[in-house]
Unconditional design. Sequence first.
Length: 203
Amino acid sequence: MDHESPVYLHQLPVPGEERYVSLALVNSRFTLSHGRVDLLDDAEAAHLWLVRHELLPDRAALNGRQFGRLLGLRQALRALFTAYGTQAVPPADSLAVLNSALAAAPPIPRLDWTADGPRRAHTPDADNPVGTALSLLAEDAADLLTGAEAGQLAECAAQGCARWFLRSHAARRWCTTKCGNRVRAARAYAAKQGRAALGRTRP
């Protein structure tokens, strides 16, 4: 393992992130054995995350206000995912944050004309790249929550993980095999300790 490479490169992929970048945004804060990791811990890291996910051109800047809006969107998406998972009504402010991001930079409609003839198209607002990134993230989350795969959305059941994923089957409870192995190891250790304690109490 290359210990100089970013810590998230050592993480097992979470099912669904390859299709929904909003899921990757929610999962950009997670827990490792040595503590909490936040891939958006400052504006520079957030800029790198957006560039790596092809949401922002490398040359586009990310100011403090825009950084705060990205963090706010992440928090709102987590609340909306939680509400969906528990079949509850989401907080009104979380829904408002998502809808505000959806309207941050609506794509510009245009008519393209190719060899196959005319077709309607939409292009991002080049004058507002960060707004476009937020809008794309919000639209991606809206597609996830209202689409056919919404029923597969689940929070990892491993204590301390808090990542969200798309289940491949209804019985799946952990985002990765690493989390599943960690839970099973903890259960085995607890059972061993319980047997040892019982043995010490016997005459």
